[in-house]
Write a protein that binds this ligand. Structure first.
Ligand SMILES: [Zn+2]
Length: 269
């Protein structure tokens, strides 16, 4: 079986466990590809550096600025990001989006920086890795509604992408799928109380579903409280296979093909 972790942070320093150990554990578990996702310029550069190192799992990079740090974006930032995006090892633009839970950057600034990064990604034809988190009052904050408007206006449909660690409701899932995006599931899918999330994962078209860890965050149920590792994406895949009534093999192969189509459109590199 070939598992894929479409979202992890092996670019976050300091790592909780040495990269070589984590990579060996992932390879041992059958993980053959990991997408290392940037959240600012240094972590994006680091993701590209890792993507140049041969080994198993193969590493792909995403480059972008997390909404937490949107306030740091100046004109120089966009120039630097454009240069990083031109690297053939940059498989995607991300993680970008809106986070009204922490509000680390003013919401208006988050929206502007999100829209500009969407435009950059669409301009170079690379898929988008989205981070969306509603505020304490989802009704009033409406992160998904605002994000969908920005994505529609930015013609994000042309490049598609993924709602990383999807945490919205069923109608938001529907809207994301209607926009041509994928839904990616992480450790929370395995938490006993998350029935509604498992229902969404069950109903998502098989050709739009992805698996991830968001390591070192969100360890799956059996490992909760520990720093997460890409090796444990297998637990997410296992839960997905279960809720969909598929064999682990069939689920894993479908996810592999989805990731391949989204992140490697030119075929094997
Ligand atoms: Zn992340």
């Amino acid at each position: 079986m070939r598992f894929v972790d479409t979202h992890c942070h092996w670019n976050e320093e300091p790592l909780k466990a040495p990269l070589e150990e984590q990579r060996a554990a992932a390879a041992e578990a059958g993980v053959v590809r990991a997408v290392v996702v940037g959240f600012d310029l240094p972590s994006s550069r680091r993701a590209l550096e890792l993507a140049r190192q041969p080994g198993v799992p193969e590493i792909l990079a995403a480059v972008g600025l997390h909404p937490h740090d949107a306030r740091t974006a100046d004109e120089g930032f966009y120039e630097d990001l454009r240069a990083l995006l031109a690297d053939p090892r940059a498989a995607a633009l991300g993680e970008i989006g809106l986070d009204y839970w922490y509000d680390n950057s003013p919401r208006e600034v988050q929206r502007e920086v999100f829209a500009r990064q969407v435009a950059l990604g669409v301009g170079v034809g690379k898929p988008l890795v989205l981070h969306l988190r509603d505020g304490k009052d989802p009704e009033a904050d409406g992160v998904y509604g605002q994000a969908f408007r920005i994505l529609e206006e930015g013609k994000a449909r042309e490049v598609g992408g993924v709602f990383h660690c999807f945490g919205g409701n069923a109608s938001q899932a529907r809207a994301a799928l209607d926009l041509g995006f994928h839904l990616s599931f992480a450790g929370p899918l395995t938490y006993p109380k998350n029935h509604a999330l498992r229902d969404i994962a069950r109903d998502c078209p098989l050709d739009r579903i992805l698996t991830e860890t968001d390591a070192p965050y969100l360890a799956p149920q059996g490992h909760r409280g520990k720093p997460n590792e890409p090796a444990w994406v297998v637990e997410v895949a296992r839960t997905l296979a279960e809720v969909r009534g598929l064999s682990l093999e069939a689920l894993t192969e479908a996810v592999w093909e989805n990731a391949e189509r989204l992140f490697c459109p030119g075929g094997p590199r």
